[in-house]
Design a protein. Structure first.
Length: 367
């Protein structure tokens, strides 16, 4: 045994600690799942897949692994396998699971929810801006999870004090729009796999500073925590850090000094649209964290300054809305898609810009 490889043995299990790779976690993105890659050691004897992974992945219950297998979320050498599969030396195992339960005292709160769709397996919610998705530091009440725990209090998943109950993704507090939440373990595992496979369709609408040159395009740049400001995300253009992130965009309407764009996510990193657009020189309108809360384009006239301040009052948050969400239903397998209208504050600021553009007669080709 060399100095760099520590072998561990439990009963008849043999493995190399360095062969476990955890590639995603809830705290580093908006997609709430775990992904592990495992290589079976060449000296390993045959064993049931679920037993092997229960021992191999610490703090992971056998039931959780079996649920993942039932949902087709465990691949061995690239093919889905059931819990009863007998692992062999050098098997390559990939497993995707919803993030583990985080115990916290959740007191259900009768908070009104805008429910777009609901059945026995899923619930699709149109989240209002200002609502936090799940409990965390400084947010121990009033979250979407608290509201769901009241609405779904008769379901086991929402009656066990789990701060992440049913969640497979999240959107920022001050972003409005659509979220899908699982109502049982099977649906939870199935949706998590779709997020991992990047087959979930997510379309956002954003108002950004500046007149974007291209009518459509793709932004590719690794996203990770800013080395200078831990509350911000940062694009590592050289790929030296962060995680791969891809945002596709298309211009919907030009207002001269701001542009309305549609963004489609291929990945789901924290603040992805906000940080990608800021990196390109087009911060979201009134996005305080990424510099969009000051006048970045336009004139120096006092009247224009007052106009922008009035716009900021109309939409006192980043101008971002999760407009469309599509995925395969976890039970029927049928593709379903949902749309959400722009909220009133977003509509109001767009009307304001429409009026301004018409009143001053901007020549968009010269901006």
């Amino acid at each position: 045994m060399n100095d760099f490889r520590e072998m561990s043995m439990r009963d008849d299990l043999i493995y190399d600690e360095l062969d476990i790779v955890a590639s995603d976690s809830v705290e580093e993105g908006d997609e709430m799942y775990e992904h592990f890659s495992v290589t079976v050691d060449k000296g390993q004897s045959m064993m049931r897949l679920d037993k092997y992974l229960t021992i191999r992945l610490e703090n992971t219950s056998r039931n959780r692994i079996q649920t993942a297998a039932d949902g087709g979320n465990i691949l061995v050498n690239g093919k889905p396998q059931k819990s009863s599969y007998k692992i062999k030396p050098l098997d390559q195992i990939s497993i995707v699971m919803p993030y583990p339960r985080r115990k916290e005292e959740i007191i259900p709160e009768n908070i009104p929810l805008d429910i777009v769709y609901e059945d026995d397996d899923i619930i699709v919610v149109n989240k209002a801006a200002g609502m936090v998705v799940h409990p965390g530091v400084g947010n121990h009440s009033g979250t979407l999870v608290h509201a769901l725990s009241y609405h779904l209090q008769n379901l086991p998943m929402f009656s066990e004090g789990n701060a992440r109950a049913g969640l497979v993704h999240r959107i920022d507090k001050d972003t409005s729009g659509l979220l899908v939440v699982a109502k049982n373990e099977k649906a939870h595992a199935h949706l998590a796999k779709q997020f991992f496979d990047h087959t979930i369709y997510r379309r956002y609408v954003a108002l950004v500073w500046g007149n974007i040159a291209e009518d459509e395009g793709t932004i590719i740049g690794n996203i990770g925590r800013s080395p200078k400001e831990r509350l911000q995300m940062y694009v590592f253009a050289d790929g030296s850090d962060g995680k791969h992130a891809v945002t596709h965009f298309k211009v919907l309407r030009r207002y001269g000094y701001v542009t309305l764009v549609e963004c489609r996510l291929e990945t789901g990193r924290t603040h992805q649209i906000r940080v990608h657009m800021s990196w390109q020189g087009h911060p979201l309108f009134n996005d305080e964290r990424y510099g969009g809360d000051r006048i970045l384009k336009g004139t120096t006239f006092q009247k224009y300054k007052q106009f922008i301040e009035n716009c900021f009052k109309l939409i006192p948050r980043q101008s971002l809305h999760a407009r469309a969400l599509g995925f395969d239903h976890p039970t029927t397998g049928k593709y379903i898609q949902f749309e959400s209208e722009l909220p009133d504050d977003f509509k109001a600021v767009l009307q304001k810009w429409e009026g301004y553009t018409d009143s001053v007669g901007l020549d968009l080709d010269e901006i």
